[in-house]
Unconditional design. Sequence first.
Length: 239
Amino acid sequence: MQTRRLHDGAESFEVSVYEAASVSPVALFAVGAGGHPERHSSLLERLAKSGFTVVAPHFERLTSPRPSETDLILRARRLTLSLEAFVHPDETAVGVGHSIGATTLIALAGGQMWLGPGLLVNVTPDSRLNRLALLAPPIRFFQVPGALDAVTVPILAWVGTEDSITPPAQAEWLAHAMCHRQTIDVRITKGAGHFSFMDQPPPQSLEPLQNKQAFIAEYSGEVCRFLAGSGAPTMVSGE
């Protein structure tokens, strides 16, 4: 793993880069509220071993459970800047995101993100993203008629039954909202929580899974297969 520094106007930000052994497609990783992608190291290393060059920008930790418009626009812009630094305009990339990172990727894929009535977050879509894996995605930002009409990429959404932050009903709503245009692969793991996807969860969190490492290995492998285009489509499955 290497760390690169990219410019965002007068400011700069760090990007973790996991390079595959040879020329490879790019997987853009969008971290959750904690802001540091290394807390998902098992997933990122598995992606690199599976042939993806992983590009994972760092962010400041979000201190509020409700991100502001400024927070969301900054994250979306820096994800786009990361794509511009590593992906040619004529090439494509896949996206992987956890929690609010997953939400931001949906917006970059064309979704309209709303913070409330009349409060549309102005995110410029990036057509280079052609496949998304969403881990514990918050979907409430898109529950406005027509908000997902422009999202046409294949999606894998993975959630846990013990997730009180983004419960399975949100991913199921996403699948239902888009069922007339495409099938979304929704995986529901019994006993998993919001932070079960992370190697290093927040210090105050309690882990509901008895064997989290086995779950991380399982979902990481499935995410790699899906992003490579070999994931088997299902609507909802229990683990």
